[in-house]
Ligand binder design. Structure first.
Ligand code: ADP
Ligand code: GLC
Length: 491
């Protein structure tokens, strides 16, 4: 406590579209949960502003307290919209949920762009209006991804002469693939933003379309993304998703800060989902029990001698699943089992179901979203593959390492920054890596992993222990965000 109070205090509003444990579809939800908690430890006063989706579990809905309500005009709709504020406080972080049934009554946070464009225009504006309403004016407004992309734009236009207009803004890119692009009249209609922001330097994408993320990047005081390598990659045509020029133009305010994981949520010593808890000291004794329990749970052949490879992922084009599906028959050599956990594109779901049918007992396809099962795979597998086409940071390789499971990754984005390749001569490194996006190279990396596992278990076990000891917590990265906040508010 003493140390904390010596640090300079800053107030920060996080604005984003998902946050564990209320609503999560991927890593953004983990970051929105973990980073604010860590910032509280660094003497930040943090409020997280989220939509009050109907799909938030009842246990949290019941704990929310009514904080107030007001009506807000929106764009050219000629209507006033209800904005309710429901509040929930947990471990020093205040969560304010923006309530509006019309926009947030769907079962899912993301529906389709036609609906998502108006709802996130509404959300971005309502979040700023709610800060004014509550008279809580933060030093920093920290926005996340395109859903909050209009916030920096509103801040410097419609809100510039209101109290919240004093705040400085940061926009963090978690995934550049999604940008909130729609025709200019529609975005103008819903956002009510002045004509001057619809130019090629800001919101305008081309003759027809506007781009909400692009506008936010232009107006934010700082841009960050979730790894150093991705910060570089997005300025190239290969990874820039057509914004590489815009990002190069703004590169002076762009920085990469790698994600961490929350050691409270991810701790094999206390994790209630596991068959057997373990730590660095006894991982070699207890990991096997988790492997056997996992095989049993999934109907795989129960044999501790098998090499078990996990894959936990949204099943989308980003994640390198076409490489995986191309090599499954070669990977399943009689000594290897593969476990897939994920939902997403039908094409991948069907491929993995087909493999499960064809290779019963050695291939398991869990086409579902299941937190507890994810924890058991991190603990029970020997290796976890993340062969992504692009990966801004990636959290699954961090979870895996922390659970003593060796990552097999493509050298891109945060995967490159967090997994040092195994060196067979010195035994150094954290995992097995490959560079170009080719199925043969993924297979080769898997085979290199197997060779060490089956012929040099001593070295393998050393890597397991090194990975568990590696610092993948939020500590370091949260300090970098705090430094950035201080840089923007140098008083
Ligand atoms: P992305 O954000 O691109 O989906 P990340 O690696 O950053 O990728 O984060 C993914 C997060 O979602 C991790 O916490 C991972 O454990 C979790 N996850 C992904 N798919 C599933 C699933 N089917 N069931 C449970 N957790 C999942
Ligand atoms: C995105 C990225 C992922 C990153 C996560 C959290 O969803 O795809 O790589 O880890 O955001 O920043």
């Amino acid at each position: 406590m003493y140390e904390i109070s010596n640090l300079p205090r800053r107030s920060v509003a996080f604005i984003g579209s998902e946050c564990h444990p209320f609503v999560k579809t991927g890593g953004l939800g983990d970051v929105m949960y973990a980073l604010p908690r860590e910032l509280v430890r660094l003497n930040c006063d943090v409020r997280v502003i989220l939509p009050r989706y109907a799909c938030i579990p009842k246990e949290y809905q019941d704990k929310m307290i009514y904080r107030g309500e007001f009506y807000m005009d929106m764009g050219m709709t000629n209507r006033n919209y209800y904005v309710g504020i429901m509040e929930y406080i947990c471990d020093g972080v205040v969560y304010d949920f923006i309530d509006n049934q019309e926009f947030f009554s769907a079962g899912n946070p993301y529906i389709n762009l036609v609906d998502d464009i108006p709802r996130y225009c509404f959300f971005s504006k309502a979040a700023l209006a709610a800060l004014n309403y509550m008279n809580w004016i933060p030093d920093i407004i920290h926005c996340h991804d395109w859903q909050a992309g209009l916030v920096p734009v509103y801040l410097r236009t419609l809100f510039k002469d209101t109290p919240v207009g004093r705040a400085r803004s940061i926009l963090t890119i978690h995934n550049l693939r999604f940008q909130g692009i729609y025709n200019i009249p529609t975005i103008q209609y819903w956002s009510g933003l002045p004509n001057e922001v619809f130019n090629m330097g800001a919101l305008q994408q081309d003759w027809v379309n506007a781009n909400m993320l692009k506008g936010g990047l232009a107006y934010a005081d700082r841009i960050t993304t979730v790894s150093g390598t991705y910060a570089y990659e997005i300025q190239t045509a290969e990874y820039g998703e057509r914004l590489e020029g815009h990002l190069r133009y703004h590169s002076g305010k762009l920085r990469g800060i790698v994600n961490g994981i929350d050691y409270g949520m991810w701790n094999p010593e206390t994790d209630p989902a596991l068959a057997a808890n373990y730590g660095l000291g006894n991982v070699l004794d207890h990991k096997m029990e988790n492997k056997l329990a996992l095989q049993k749970e999934l109907g795989l052949e129960e044999d501790e001698g098998k090499f078990v490879i996990g894959l936990i992922s949204r099943l989308t084009n980003q994640k390198g699943l076409d490489l995986v599906s191309a090599i499954i028959p070669q990977v399943l050599d009689g000594n290897t089992q593969v476990v897939v956990l994920g939902t997403g594109d039908k094409q991948y779901e069907d491929t993995f179901r087909y493999y499960e049918d064809t290779y019963r007992g050695t291939f398991s396809a869990c086409i579902q979203y299941d937190e507890a099962r994810a924890h058991r795979i991190y603990a029970g597998a020997d290796a976890l593959m993340v062969p992504s086409r692009f990966e801004p940071c990636g959290l699954t390789q961090l979870n895996a390492m922390h659970y003593g499971t060796i990552p097999i990754v493509r050298e891109t984005g945060g995967l490159k920054d967090t997994v040092e390749p195994y060196n067979e001569y010195t035994g150094d490194g954290n995992g097995f890596t490959f560079d170009r996006y080719e199925a043969g190279l993924l297979l080769d990396a898997i085979n290199r992993a197997k060779t060490v596992y089956f012929t040099n278990r001593y070295h393998w076990d050393e890597v397991v222990q090194r990975d568990m000891a590696k610092d993948v917590s939020w500590g370091n990265s949260a300090r970098q965000y705090k430094d950035l906040y201080l840089e923007l508010t140098p008083w």
